[in-house]
Design a protein around this ligand. Sequence first.
Ligand code: UD1
Length: 421
Amino acid sequence: MEKIIVEGGNKLRGEVNISLAKNSVLPIMVASILSSNDITINDAPDLEDVIVLTNLLSEMNCAVNKNINGDLIINTSNIKLVDMNSELIRKMRASFLIMGPMLSRFGECKISMPGGCNIGTRPIDLHLKGFRLLGAEIEIGHGFVEAKAKKLIGNRIYLDFPSVGATENILMASVFAEGTTIIENAAEEPEIWDLANFLNSMGAKIYGAGTGKITIEGVKADSLKGTTYRAIYDRVEAGTFMVAAAITNSKIIINGANEEHLRPTIEKLKECGVKFSGAGENRILVDGTGQKNPVDIKTMPYPGFPTDMQAQMMTLLSVIKGSSIVTETVFENRFMHVAELVRMGANIKIDGRTAIIEGVDSLTGCEVKATDLRAGAAMILAGLVAKGITEISDIYHIDRGYVDIEEKFRKLGANIYRSNN
Ligand code: UD1
């Protein structure tokens, strides 16, 4: 079984290059279904999730190729409606985003229920509410969901919760819908803006993405051109390295960090005592050498504190003297890393959706599991400061969302490697 082994105690130094955002590239790959022309996605991150989606698109008879620069070139002109009961769909929740563009292009889509990280029940009711309001009929059977529409017609869609996936799926479904679609209480995450920007570069007419109200003026089906697009930087990867600097009392430069997108994480780390300074465009110097303070965190939809940074921050708080409180409001089952941190000596108690953390002097390395993607990153962070050796198993979760993570940490001076034993 593959493991990541970390020997704690090293300080970090130097620079790390952040990859482009997984959570932008996945919806952008899926949105390429809306055009029959060549789509080039620059510098697509080499991630397991991107491979899964590449395989899924290939199963649907799309051409997906990578050139020597690492760009993905997608052509969906020969796309076929195939049995969407694929294992690949169950593997990754983001694959459910295929429904919006497929419904838009073919007027129908039948797909098995999505999988993904086990961080909550993760329903799809808001996606389906949007499709229904656009005129689709929905049928839910054993393990599958089917949407059909003779014609999609623009409508006003209010989301009870600003779900990222639902906003993206509805956005893609409404690109060719007749008339105007308005999504209210839309998710405001930077990746939504990125998806809309990509679609607009092909000729879609989407306004207000990145705010709570998105307006889509339907354009003619088959009218979207090809495009070449570069996604935004991965704010969660950048945030993870910021926490790494803080937890190891180090100073590092992060290349590929959009300060605006990282604002919620940066502000919380500043409250903890970490210092930041600009080091050029999308370059941030993180100084984690100072005294640290405990803080309280509540995860919220953007621009609130991201749930995808919760496990990493909790790891940092577990070694900061004093009491911190972390409340998870976005997913109901996102404290699985707590048991692993406790195994390493952390003092954390859970009460419902709240974790109470009493900072300890040190963590001790042991065998732990990556219980989900970000929890896996949190285990690496814990390993960086733990006494002795931390062996992390189930690292396929980490590979879904972090490019060459151990290599990036090794370049910064960490003692970390992958083992096959
Ligand atoms: C996306 C991100 C993920 C991140 C999450 C929240 C991708 C590929 N993944 O996931 O990394 O953690 O946003 O920032 O971009 N919900 C419903 N009904 C729905 C849809 C969602 O109740 O129809 C609930 C979910 O159960 C969850 C909350 O809304 O409690 C947030 O989910 P959502 O924003 O949809 O997250 P994802 O798009 O799955």
